[in-house]
Design a protein around this ligand. Structure first.
Ligand SMILES: *Cc1c(COP(=O)(O)O)cnc(C)c1O
Length: 305
């Protein structure tokens, strides 16, 4: 078997290009079979483990990471157990079960679910971390490879940051394509600004609480590796409000007829709301990270006609 993720479409956004007065390209990770970019890194990690003898897989995420592990396990023919916290939505659990994984609800928040998942894991049944794993970063980096292969060379890459796995993957991809001049705009919601805080402090910091509608960004601490990498790359932090992230989801649905979750809306909001954030970049690439967490939001915020 080759890889579990698909090569996603790369399209120019006429709406964002007109808005920012320069070409803006979208890498449509929402079209991955698991609904988000997570499948790139997680698919790669799961495949690696199965090739090295794993007969089962464990995940601790009630979101897009858990769904990606479930999808990968089904494709690889190994059983998957996903431990989700009590906060996981019914829809998320349903989607994970549709991938034939078993769901265990344990703990009030991700930390507790993760600790319980660790007790289930073993050498033959590894726990796939949602963001802090070099195998994930290597897989995520394939996104940059595809853009390079398509002949596009952006000088600004825009992506959302939760635990920093995606961003670290983008750094890995920039390095291996020798895109030394490509800057990165790393976007978080104000209530989940763990990367912004780490960038300011110069080292990872643990925030006391997460308060954001963008669940997939609600990581109180980013991985150490991404803070180290930030020192050797041109990266700026941008913060948007929850309302701006939601507004961007609506505007993006209107512009492109594509529905994404608020975590992805955050990255888009940085462009819609603060066009000056692109600086003097000539060509912009946005990682439309996707996400399946759109159900309640879509019901509460009907798309404007
Ligand atoms: C996981 C996720 C993120 C954040 O990725 P990290 O690797 O945790 O930084 C952003 N958007 C979506 C849709 C995600 O699933």
């Amino acid at each position: 078997m080759s890889v579990l993720h698909i090569q996603t479409p790369l399209i120019e956004s006429r709406a964002l290009s007109a808005w920012l007065q320069r070409p803006v390209w979208l890498k449509l990770e929402n079209t991955q079979p698991s609904g988000s970019f997570k499948l790139r890194g997680i698919g790669h990690a799961c495949q690696w483990h199965v090739r090295h003898g794993a007969t089962g897989l464990v995940s601790s995420s009630g979101g897009n990471a858990g769904l990606a592990v479930a999808y990968a396990g089904r494709k690889l023919g190994v059983p998957v157990t996903v431990v989700v916290p009590e906060t996981a939505s019914e829809r998320a659990k349903e989607l994970i079960r549709m991938e034939e994984a078993s769901v265990i609800v344990q703990g009030a928040a991700w930390d507790q679910a993760h600790r319980y998942a660790q007790t289930l894991a073993s050498a033959s049944r590894p726990l796939i971390h949602p963001f802090d794993d070099p195998l994930l970063w290597e897989g995520h980096a394939s996104l940059v490879d595809e853009v390079a292969h398509a002949g596009l060379h952006p000088d600004l890459l825009v992506c959302a940051v939760g635990g920093g796995g995606l961003l670290q993957g983008m750094f890995t991809g920039l390095d291996r394509n020798a895109w030394h001049a490509t800057a990165v705009l790393a976007v978080e919601t104000e209530g989940a600004a763990s990367f912004g805080a780490a960038l300011q402090a110069g080292h990872p910091v643990t925030l006391p609480a997460m308060k954001t509608i963008a669940n997939s960004l609600a990581s109180a601490r980013v991985c150490d590796a991404v803070v180290r990498s930030a020192l050797s790359h041109t990266v700026r932090s941008a913060l948007v409000s929850d309302a701006q992230a939601l507004g961007a989801c609506q505007r993006f649905a209107h512009d492109h007829r594509i529905l994404v979750e608020p975590a992805c809306g955050a990255a888009l909001a940085a462009l819609y709301e603060t066009p000056e954030a692109v600086g003097n970049a000539r060509t912009v690439l946005v990682v439309v990270c996707g996400g399946v967490g759109i159900g309640q939001y879509a019901a509460q915020h009907p798309v404007a006609p």
